[in-house]
Design a protein. Structure first.
Length: 249
């Protein structure tokens, strides 16, 4: 369920910080993309891959006006969405900069195409918005994602909604290829995808070499045991160390 997002998985909803394929500033469209291997796919602190490796990929097409369309895909474990082994996020949004503050907003649709056809609905959408600005040597981002009431979020037979708010801080170490980051987020509602209300946080570091970025993060939540477990009884909200290798193109 999602990027880095919206993510660590920044939830940068546009899952790539890739350099543009089209470097000519006169071009109306810019295409970026990335491919990654992660030791554990965490969505808002919760493992979506059974605390095992996952393969991920993304691409974003941005217009010079600020509108963009994107996809982000990952392998997942089958407990996430009734047997589905893949997640596809379809994203459409708009980004602009006003007085050195970058504003971003749009809609994100989560698709689990290989989920059991006899299971309840699994696909759902979220509305998201964020603001990002430089504060001294760091970049600070605050954002929110809201999923309106939908059957796929229900813990019973009705419909549930979910609000998630978060803040990210990142910085590059001057004159080095190293970077550091921190994240904290809070999910307010009881839904199928998160269980009950909880807070997640992470601390990470990266090393960039050419088009490749190597990362390591400590991820944790205050989720009580049993709130989100897989079919083998493993606690998916328990703390863990996540390694990533990302190639941007």
């Amino acid at each position: 369920m999602r990027a880095s997002m919206i993510g660590l998985s920044a939830v940068a909803l546009i899952a790539s910080a890739a350099p543009a394929l089209a470097q000519d500033d006169t071009k109306e469209f810019t295409l970026t993309g990335s491919a990654a291997i992660v030791s554990d796919y965490r969505f808002r602190g919760i493992s979506q891959s059974g605390k095992r490796f996952a393969a991920q990929a993304s691409a974003t097409l941005t217009h010079s006006s600020g509108f963009y369309g994107s996809f982000w895909a990952s392998s997942i474990d089958d407990y996430v969405a009734y047997g589905s082994d893949t997640e596809l996020d379809l994203i459409g949004g708009y980004s602009t900069t006003v007085s050195n503050v970058t504003l971003d907003g749009g809609v994100l649709y989560y698709v689990y195409s290989t989920a059991s056809k006899s299971a309840p609905p699994t696909d759902f959408f979220e509305l998201y918005a964020s603001a990002k600005a430089a504060v001294g040597p760091a970049t600070v981002k605050v954002g929110a994602a809201y999923a309106p009431k939908q059957s796929a979020l229900s813990v019973g037979f009705g419909k549930e909604d979910n609000l998630y708010i978060y803040s990210d801080v990142s910085a590059s170490v001057p004159e080095t290829p190293f970077g550091v980051s921190a994240h904290i987020g809070h999910s307010f509602d009881k839904t199928y995808i998160t269980g009950g209300e909880y807070t997640d946080w992470s601390l990470g570091a990266t090393y960039t070499w050419r088009a490749a970025t190597f990362g390591i993060s400590y991820v944790d939540t205050d989720m009580p045991y049993g709130q989100f477990v897989n079919g083998f009884g493993r606690d998916m909200g328990k703390e863990g160390v996540v390694g990533t290798v990302t190639y941007a193109f």
